[in-house]
Ligand binder design. Structure first.
Ligand code: SF4
Ligand code: SF4
Length: 380
C-alpha cells in the first residue's frame, strides 16, 4: 500500500481506494446512482478514484470534489458484488467528513446541521405526539425502551403508539418511549448528521443518546440506520448500546397466539431495504415475519435480498439530486410492474416515503404486524 501519500484516511479506506483504482470496475452495474446518472464519476469506481486522487494530494476537497461524494446512498450494493468486499460506503462517508472539515458542504444541506442540532430531528416540521396517549401506552419507569425511527414518528405517529402496544403484548409489560418529548430527549439516532459530513457532531449526538439509554436493559428500534450504527463504525461511529431491530425481534417472538386477524398481502412484493437488509442483516427475519402474519404468500422480486436495488431515498440523496433520486424509485416501481405486481411491503420507513413519492402503494411491515395483532389504528 502506498504510505507515502500525504493524506491517510485509515487503513481500510486507504486500502479500498488503492484496490478500486486498479479494478476493472466490476461493480459498475450494481450501483443505482450510476444507473440513473449515467456518468462515470458517480460509479463506485469513479468515487473511489476521486478519493485516491485526494489521498495523493492531486485534488483538494473543494466544493465540487466534496459534492461528488453525496452521489451515493450508502446502500452497499457495490460491496455485495465486490470480490474484494470493498466497503465503499465507509470510504464515501470518510470523504464526506473530510470535505466538511475542509469547509465544503453541498448547498442543499446548508442550515441542515444547525437545525438538526436544535431539534434533534432531520425534518423541518416537528410532529407532536399526544402526551395523554404517551402516558397511556408507555411507562416512563420501564427498564426497556422503544426508540422509534424518526421517519415513523414524523409520518406515522399512530404507528409509534401501535408498536408500543405490540411490544406490551409480546413482552407482558409496557415499555419506555425514548424520543424527543417536551423539548427533552433525542428524536433521531444522529445518522443524518454523519451523512451530512459532520461526523464529530454525530459522535457527540450518539454518545449523548447512549448516555440517555444507560440503565435500560434493552433498546428496541424500528430504525435500520440506528441499528446499522450498532453493527460497525463504517458510517463514522459505532453505537455500543445493545440494540434490537424490531422486525427481527417480532420474527423471533411472535407466534400464532399473537395473530388475531392475519393480513392479506394480495400480491404484494417484498422490497428489501438496503439498511434493513445489507446493513442490519434482516432479510430472513423479514420473510419469516411476513409469513407469520399473512394468510397468503408475498412475492419476491427477481433482484432481492442482498441484490435488491436501492430506492434512492437515503443519506440526503433526495435533496442533492431530487430527480435522479426519484428515478431510482421509479425504476423499482417499473420492475414491480414488469414482474406483475402493483404494490409492495417493506420494513423501512425511508423506503415507504421514497417509493410513495413516485406514486407507489407501499405498506410498512410493522403496520401490517400491528394489523395482524388486532391493534387498532387511531385517526390522526
Ligand atoms: S468496490 Fe470492488 S468491484 Fe467495485 S471498483 Fe472497488 S474493487 Fe472493483
Ligand atoms: S454504496 Fe450504493 S450508491 Fe454508494 S457507490 Fe455503492 S452501490 Fe453506489
Amino acid at each position: 500500500m502506498s504510505d507515502e501519500y500525504p493524506i491517510h484516511m485509515g487503513s481500510q479506506v486507504d486500502k479500498a481506494a488503492e484496490y478500486c483504482t486498479y479494478c476493472p470496475r466490476l461493480c459498475r452495474f450494481s450501483c443505482p446512482i450510476a444507473e440513473v446518472e449515467h456518468r462515470e464519476g458517480t460509479t463506485p469506481w469513479g468515487l473511489m478514484r476521486l478519493l485516491e486522487y485526494a489521498r495523493q494530494g492531486t485534488v483538494e476537497f473543494d466544493d465540487q470534489v466534496s459534492e461528488m461524494f453525496y452521489h451515493c446512498t450508502g446502500c452497499g450494493r457495490c460491496q455485495s458484488v465486490c470480490k474484494h468486499d470493498i466497503d465503499v460506503p465507509r470510504a464515501v462517508w470518510k470523504a464526506r467528513s473530510l470535505g466538511f472539515e475542509a469547509g465544503s458542504s453541498p448547498e442543499p444541506l446548508h442550515g441542515f446541521i444547525s437545525f438538526f442540532k436544535t431539534e434533534t430531528i432531520p425534518h423541518r416540521q416537528v410532529t407532536t405526539l399526544d402526551p395523554k396517549r404517551v402516558e397511556d401506552v408507555f411507562d416512563s419507569d420501564a427498564n426497556v425502551a422503544f426508540f422509534p425511527d424518526c421517519e415513523t414518528r414524523r409520518y406515522r405517529p399512530d404507528l409509534v403508539f401501535r408498536i408500543g402496544e405490540a411490544l406490551e403484548i409480546v413482552l407482558g409489560d409496557k415499555v419506555h418511549l425514548s424520543t424527543r418529548l417536551g423539548g427533552e430527549g433525542k428524536g433521531c439516532c444522529g445518522f443524518p448528521l454523519g451523512s451530512a459530513g459532520d461526523v464529530e457532531s454525530m459522535k457527540t449526538h450518539c454518545a449523548d443518546l447512549q448516555y440517555d439509554h444507560l440503565g435500560f436493559d434493552t433498546i428496541y428500534t424500528d430504525c435500520a440506520s440506528f441499528y446499522a450504527l450498532g453493527v460497525d463504525d463504517k458510517f463514522g461511529t459505532k453505537v455500543e448500546t445493545d440494540l434490537v431491530y424490531l422486525p427481527q425481534f417480532f420474527s423471533e417472538s411472535l407466534d400464532k397466539k399473537h395473530i388475531q386477524a392475519p393480513v392479506t398481502l394480495d400480491g404484494s412484493f417484498l422490497h428489501d431495504s438496503c439498511f434493513a437488509t445489507r446493513h442490519a442483516g434482516s432479510a430472513d427475519g423479514t420473510r419469516t415475519l411476513l409469513s407469520l402474519i399473512a394468510d397468503d404468500e408475498f412475492l419476491e422480486f427477481s433482484s432481492n435480498r442482498e441484490d435488491a436495488p436501492c430506492c434512492g431515498g437515503a443519506s440526503h440523496y433526495h435533496v442533492i439530486a431530487e430527480k435522479f433520486s426519484e428515478q431510482c424509485a421509479s425504476d423499482r416501481v417499473d420492475q414491480l410492474k414488469r414482474e406483475g405486481g402493483n404494490k409492495m411491503v417493506t420494513a423501512c420507513q425511508t423506503c415507504v416515503k421514497q417509493l410513495g413519492r413516485v406514486g407507489a402503494e407501499v405498506d410498512p411491515l410493522l403496520s401490517l404486524v400491528c394489523d395482524a395483532m388486532g391493534i387498532k389504528k387511531v385517526e390522526e
